[in-house]
Design a protein. Structure first.
Length: 196
């Protein structure tokens, strides 16, 4: 599969073209690196190496138009009850065609098929997630995420991403975003600063 960014053929007429949303394959890795790292260069996504993507390729869902990668997203598990939606990206010339929504719906269906109670994400565009039913949550209630990924992030001490969550199964007022039920009144305080 050719590198998806920048694309030779535009998605411009792609609204009429079929969008194939499927689980990623190892053969998608090169295209995924190109797509994600183009956005990473703009500081809006974490960069990923080929090795990391190959290691986590089973997390990924891709959208393909005309045989070319148009978008991607990943579902990463954090224990049996929750997972993170991450590495969501749609090629610039393919945006606003519903591809991001389609990828999100596929990832959420996957999460529910695995019995997850909720999914969360860290984002600069909470309004996109709000349209899909996510609500903002206190990032301090996501310790697993912080300790696994955030510690190697250059923005650890000045993180400006917003934590959002979608709950599939409500459960008695407990926060379900990080494994077993965490009382909302007992946030885990982490050594990060920034809003929320
Ligand atoms: C965010 C992104 C994935 C959206 O993909 P997309 O294919 O353009 O989104 P869709 O066309 O499926 O849009 C779905 C809905 O979200 C809205 N939307 C799209 N981009 C949005 C944005 N940046 N902010 C707020 N809402 C947005 C659309 O208007 C649409 O709403 P509607 O269905 O109610 O009309 C894409 O803009 C992107 O790759 N951005 C750069 C990378 C990035 O920021 N990733 C997110 C990391 S958390």
């Amino acid at each position: 599969m050719p590198d998806a960014s920048p694309p030779a053929a535009s998605c411009g007429t792609g609204s009429a073209k079929p969008i194939n949303v499927r689980k990623a394959l190892l053969t998608d890795v090169t295209s995924l690196v190109g797509l994600i790292n183009d956005f990473a260069a703009q500081g809006i996504m974490l960069p990923r190496t080929e090795f990391e993507l190959a290691e986590n390729i089973r997390d990924f869902t891709v959208a393909v138009i005309d045989g070319e990668l148009a978008g991607c997203g990943a579902l990463h598990f954090y224990g049996p009850h929750t997972g993170e939606i991450r590495s969501l990206a749609v090629r610039p010339d393919c945006q606003h065609l519903g591809i991001g929504r389609s990828i999100m719906e596929a990832l959420e269906a996957e999460a529910q098929a695995h019995g997850l109670r909720s999914v969360f994400a860290f984002t600069y565009i909470p309004n996109f997630f709000a349209r899909l039913g996510y609500r903002e949550v206190d990032r301090r209630l996501l310790p697993a995420k912080v300790w696994k990924d955030c510690l190697r992030c250059p923005k650890l001490q000045c993180c400006d991403e917003i934590a959002v969550q979608k709950v599939f199964q409500e459960n008695g007022g407990a926060i379900l975003i990080n494994g077993d039920e965490i009382p909302a009144t007992e946030p885990v305080i982490l050594p990060i600063v920034g809003k929320k």
